[in-house]
Design a protein around this ligand. Structure first.
Ligand code: PMP
Ligand code: GLN
Length: 385
């Protein structure tokens, strides 16, 4: 047989799948792959169920159903004071993952340079490379996850097509602050580039901090694509409903990819996401407040056991330094070890770097029932305590 695509074939199975399978095999509490252990808000589920029975169930419009595009435009206005034309500036995709892939396929011309900030969500690098982009990596490193400004500036060149920015950041739990965003915006403008902004955790930000879309900075409205996800905002990760906001000049090429990749997204899930985005502020505040409590529960418990815990300002992930409990092998060994020996699963942070040399941090997911988090802490305490 002739060889398949060499870029994609060079990657193994994603770490999330590997660790979830290991957790299932050992009956371990799975704090690895990021997903809530609840079903999402009852009223939103009901909307999806009603919409499938009432129909229509045939192909919805390629750009997404009007109700969801309008809801995305309104949410942009409500949360960020962004004035968005729902007809020309919003597109619905099958998850943020598809929106990211469409962005790479639609915007990158082979040979274009793409600036990426490690640690990276797993689909970024393969899709950039598959689209013919030349990755220019800069890295955030624990424990501080500080933006390396000199390295970032050096990564930009006249060949830079775009930067992929994830804030709030998975797995770092970092929320990019205004001064960092100003710096990034300055480079994007100086090098006449585009920013693809993965903001799937936009509503999962803690301690009263704001989430600031790069798109809201001066001169950035027409240089940014902003990607959101109903999976994260409504705790329904299996739904895979994403949405992209951008000026028509940027959205059109991304829509070209979308029309050939999936063309549409299930209409009932779009209708339910539209309903969800219309929920009052109390819903969004409770979502973040509830998760903040879970972050504190898990972080405090892990510190009691002796772990050094990295600060998490957003997302539903936190990372620990595994050496702080005297574990001297690498992070992958640690995640396997606690799965089989303690009955708790995490994912190794090294999996988010191209070179796995930052290899003594593990990421735990905390969007779980408090009782389950407490049980996981008990197990870890028994093992390490
Ligand atoms: N980006 C990041 C940073 C994520 O953590 C996730 C979650 N899997 C996604 C994108 C994908 O989102 P979706 O499930 O909507 O495809
Ligand atoms: N975003 C989730 C995480 O980081 C996993 C998504 C996936 O399994 N592809 O854990």
């Amino acid at each position: 047989m002739k060889p398949a695509n060499s870029v994609l074939m060079s990657y193994g199975t994603t770490i999330f799948t590997v660790m979830s399978a290991l957790a299932a095999e050992h009956g371990s509490i799975n704090l690895g792959q990021g997903f809530p252990d609840s079903e999402g808000p009852e009223d939103i589920l009901q909307k999806a169920a009603d919409a499938v029975v009432a129909g229509p169930n045939q192909y919805p419009p390629m750009m997404g159903i009007p109700a969801l595009r309008q809801a995305v435009a309104s949410a942009n206005q409500r949360f960020y004071d962004l004035n968005v034309d729902w007809q020309t500036e919003v597109m619905v995709t099958s998850g943020a993952t598809e929106a990211l892939a469409d962005s790479m396929l639609g915007l990158i011309e082979p040979g274009d340079e793409v600036v990426l900030i490690e640690p990276l969500y797993d689909s970024y690098l393969p899709m950039v490379r598959r689209a013919g982009g030349v990755p220019k990596l800069v890295r955030l490193e624990p424990p501080a996850w500080e933006l390396p400004r000199d390295a970032l500036r050096d990564a930009f060149s006249p060949k830079t097509k775009l930067i992929l920015l994830n804030s709030p950041h998975n797995p770092a739990g970092k929320v990019f602050h205004r001064d960092e965003l100003d710096f990034i915006a300055g480079l994007v403008k100086e090098f006449d580039a585009i920013a693809v902004c993965d903001e799937v955790y936009e509503h999962l930000v803690f301690d009263g901090q704001p989430h600031i879309p790069l798109m809201t900075l001066p001169g950035m409205r027409d240089r940014c694509l902003r990607i959101g996800s109903a999976g994260k905002t409504f705790s329904v990760t299996g739904w895979k409903v994403g949405y992209v906001t951008a000026v028509p000049e940027l959205l059109t090429p991304v829509a070209k990819a979308h029309q050939f990749v999936t063309f549409t997204t299930p209409p009932n899930l779009q209708a339910a996401a539209a309903y969800g985005l219309g929920k009052d502020d109390a819903y969004f505040e409770a979502l973040a407040g509830d998760l903040q409590g879970k972050r504190d529960l898990l972080a405090d418990g892990l510190r009691d056991i002796g772990f050094e815990v990295m600060q998490t300002e957003g997302t539903y992930f936190l990372s620990v330094d595994i050496r702080s409990v005297g574990f001297n092998e690498d992070d992958e060994a640690f995640c396997r070890h606690i799965t089989t020996e303690a009955g708790v699963t995490a994912v190794p942070v090294s999996a988010f770097y191209q070179q796995a040399d930052v290899d003594h941090y593990a990421r735990f997911c905390f969007c779980k029932d408090d009782a389950l988090l407490s049980e996981a802490l008990e197990r870890l305490k028994k093992h390490f305590g």
